[in-house]
Design a protein. Structure first.
Length: 489
């Protein structure tokens, strides 16, 4: 349910008169500061802020249906460098409830940027209604009273330095949230932040009022109990330790000329005053990195340096072990809360109840700290000693002899009348000699030739001698036969 203005007004109960006086003082006290002005006048355009709203700002009820449109006197204010309120925390304009979605020109971007604008004066009116011609008005009295365009201020003298730091932190980082009664904001996710939904956004507005318009520590109102639950003195002290006036972050190799090899450890010195919040480390996979000295923790790529006084720098040591040849490049980055880019704006009027002084943080100008360093690891040189080796191979002579013998035995039996049978046996090696008949008359001849055969390398050498012996043997037998024949004559 959208809270009505009367709900907001109930929060003022119990506030001191000094708070009311401060609100009146702010209506004329702060001086305007120079704002970015478009280099060329913009034409009508539409813009929205981060997150969702309970109501659709493009179909709003009231004098203007599409509250995202920058037209008419809205466009004039934009081209003059002012921040233009578009719609409230719930997406409406009638009976507006802070924070307001505002749009302005940013020279760095070269175009419009939008941010949620949070009220820092609980006793002042919202001034968040838009008339049909695009002019600003406030309708808390039931009638839309025209107001001057919103202009930037050079500060908010109502706030102390610590209050300004805490509001800067809350607008930028948000906070956990537990609401009581009217401050429980149905639909709240347990966090107070601007860029999610209407319930979380209004919860953050409550916490900012806890700083700018703090209730009595003994207050039992819903507002007082909610402030005590979320932002007591101890918690405010803790948050202040997270907000350096001048944030620092540096990273360098402790270089003493050492040549690093794989397996060696190189030390990096990280110096910062950004405490108790993430510092993101990124690097190449040529080694492993860990905290080896100093009060810090490293979980995954999130480094957290512990400390309580951001006015004092702390140096820790990161150790990188080279696991392979190559370069380890470590980069450290952080986005700490800062008061440098918080903007203050107000519709300044000489009559009527003063309008809110709004705080909004320029996210495009966030303080982003980063530094990097690297170290190279060389491959380990290895020396290989070679011992001469003598191999002795013993060879046993092997004699291989293959003999091929072809033997042809020829048996001739010759029967003659008046003669003695003659048996002629001829042994040859590697050749066959045909039998000869030495009788003049042959009755019956029987020839049997068994052959035995073998192979061998020595046969060619033996053949000439075997042939000669065969010839001599044949001649001898012929001579003997003739002698026997002659004896019967």
């Amino acid at each position: 349910m959208r809270p009505r203005l009367t709900t907001r007004r109930r929060l003022t109960l119990g506030l001191s008169a000094s708070a009311l006086v401060a609100g009146l003082f702010l209506s004329t006290g702060p001086s305007a500061m120079a704002a970015d002005v478009p280099t060329a006048p913009a034409v009508q355009f539409a813009a929205t802020c981060a997150g969702t709203t309970d109501d659709d700002p493009t179909t709003a009820g009231g004098p203007v249906t599409d509250l995202t449109s920058v037209f008419g006197l809205r466009l004039t204010a934009y081209n003059n460098g002012g921040v233009v309120p578009l719609y409230d925390a719930f997406g409406g304009s009638v009976g507006a409830y802070p924070p307001l979605c505002g749009v302005r020109y940013d020279a760095g971007v070269g175009g419009p940027v939008t941010e949620w604008m949070f009220c820092t004066d609980i006793t002042s009116v919202v001034c968040g209604t838009t008339n049909a011609d695009g002019s600003l008005a406030d309708d808390h009295s039931g009638t839309a009273v025209p107001k001057n365009p919103v202009t930037d201020l050079d500060g908010n003298p109502k706030l102390s330095v610590n209050q300004e730091k805490l509001i800067s932190y809350l607008v930028q980082k948000g906070h956990s949230y537990t609401g009581t009664g009217s401050q429980s904001w149905p639909g709240n996710s347990g966090t107070a932040q601007a860029g999610t939904n209407s319930a979380d956004r209004t919860a953050l507005q409550t916490l900012i009022w806890c700083i700018s318009d703090a209730p009595s520590p003994t207050s039992t109102s819903d507002f007082g109990l909610t402030c005590a639950e979320n932002l007591d003195a101890a918690e405010q002290t803790r948050l202040l330790s997270l907000i350096p006036d001048d944030a620092k972050l540096s990273l360098e190799l402790n270089d003493d000329g050492t040549v690093y090899h794989v397996g060696d450890t190189a030390n990096f010195a990280l110096t910062t005053n950004v405490y108790n919040q993430p510092i993101t480390l990124t690097g190449t996979p040529a080694g492993s990195v860990e905290v080896c000295d100093g009060d810090a923790t490293l979980t995954g790529d999130q480094l957290t340096v512990l400390g309580s006084n951001p006015a004092v720098d702390t140096t820790i040591t990161l150790c990188a072990v080279g696991t392979e040849p190559g370069t380890i490049g470590i980069a450290a980055a952080a986005t700490p809360p800062s008061t440098k880019h918080i903007n203050w704006a107000q519709s300044i009027n000489t009559e009527g109840t003063p309008c809110q002084v709004y705080a909004n943080f320029s996210t495009v100008d966030e303080v982003q700290l980063a530094d990097s360093a690297e170290v190279s690891f060389e491959a380990v040189e290895t020396t290989t000693e070679t011992t001469p080796t003598t191999s002795t191979v013993e060879t046993t002579p092997t004699s291989s002899t293959s003999e091929t013998t072809e033997t042809t035995e020829t048996t001739e039996t010759t029967e003659t009348t008046g003669t003695t049978p003659v048996t002629n046996t001829t042994a040859t090696t590697g050749s066959t000699t045909e039998p000869s008949t030495y009788a003049s008359t042959t009755a019956t001849t029987t020839s049997t030739t068994p052959v035995l055969s073998a192979t061998g390398a020595n046969i060619p050498t033996a053949l000439p001698w075997v042939g000669l012996l065969s010839v001599l043997a044949g001649a001898g037998m012929l001579f003997a036969t003739r002698r026997r024949s002659g004896s019967h004559r």
